[in-house]
Ligand binder design. Structure first.
Ligand SMILES: O=P(O)(O)OC[C@H]1O[C@H](O[C@H]2O[C@H](CO)[C@@H](O)[C@H](O)[C@H]2O)[C@H](O)[C@@H](O)[C@@H]1O
Length: 254
């Protein structure tokens, strides 16, 4: 981030407000994208900055991830006072606003069984199960197998009643509840009484978050390539750490 560029100026304005919400996606932002989801270790500089920011007066800090909340906690090593929101914005410390009823659990079990059968057919694919969804990963499959597996997942369980489809980086995810990182940010903003929100995201589900950042001091930052509604863009996870460090430094000197 250039110290005299538009993003640096926006960060300086943001850090000067009385109450702010500093939030980020996890994979692709705080942690680099890697082959195996369980190996996604966070950038230590980002972890340190998030923890420091959360201790500063008037700053609420949150990670809003597609991962299961428990998985996010164990991989990031973060927790209170950093707020962890999992399952693409649906899973708070208090659980799910839209509960996973017995019927929804039965539907999820069918999705998982279908994904497991698909994964056996297509080498390199794998299944990640979460409390309200299942993810079919195709990053380590050949491109023809990846395409075929994604198409079969979408045409099969992805078309069932009550199933919500989300695409991401080399994944298709099927949830039995509706999820929105945008609604999660609204809830966090209100809870914090924040005058502005800064959010970093790299994936398709982060677009729902960017779409909710419409107040004058809000800062939406897309990490990496691809079409986006975000106002600013940075190249990668080291730049995410730079942005977080800049917020902490500005806030400490406020
Ligand atoms: O919202 P996020 O925190 O970005 O989570 C989105 C998904 O991240 C993980 O998958 C992605 O990262 C993996 C590790 O780098 C990579 O192997 C995979 O291809 C990516 O799609 C996670 O496994 C998913 O559950 C999250 O939904």
């Amino acid at each position: 981030m250039r110290s005299d560029g538009p993003l640096a100026h926006a960060v300086a304005e943001f850090a000067s407000l009385d109450r702010v919400l500093l939030a980020s996606d996890y994979d692709g932002c705080v942690a680099p994208i890697v082959s195996r989801p369980e190996d996604a270790a966070p950038n230590p500089r980002s972890v340190r900055a998030l923890a420091e920011a959360a201790r500063l007066p008037g700053v609420e800090v949150a990670l809003v991830s597609g991962r299961a909340r428990a998985d996010l906690a164990s991989l990031s090593g973060l927790g209170d006072p950093v707020i962890l929101v999992g399952s693409h914005g649906a899973e708070f410390d208090t659980g799910f606003a839209d509960p996973v009823t017995a019927d929804k659990q039965a539907l999820l079990d069918r999705v998982v069984a279908d994904f497991q059968a698909l994964s056996v057919r297509f080498p390199g694919t794998s299944v990640e199960t979460k409390p309200a969804s299942a993810t079919l990963h195709v990053r380590n499959a050949s491109s023809s197998d990846a395409d075929a597996a994604l198409a079969l997942a979408a045409e099969g369980p992805g078309s069932w009643d009550g199933v919500h489809v989300t695409y991401g980086k080399a994944v298709i995810e099927l949830a039995v509840i509706e999820t929105s990182k945008g609604h999660a940010l609204d809830r966090l903003r209100e809870r914090a009484g924040a005058q502005a929100v800064l959010y970093l995201g790299d994936d398709i589900t982060d677009e729902k978050a960017f779409a909710h950042l419409t107040l004058p001091g809000d800062i939406s930052i897309k990490v990496g390539d691809g079409a986006t509604a975000a106002r600013y863009r940075v190249p990668g996870t080291d730049d995410v750490a730079d942005v977080l460090d800049a917020v902490v430094a500005r806030r400490q000197n406020r």
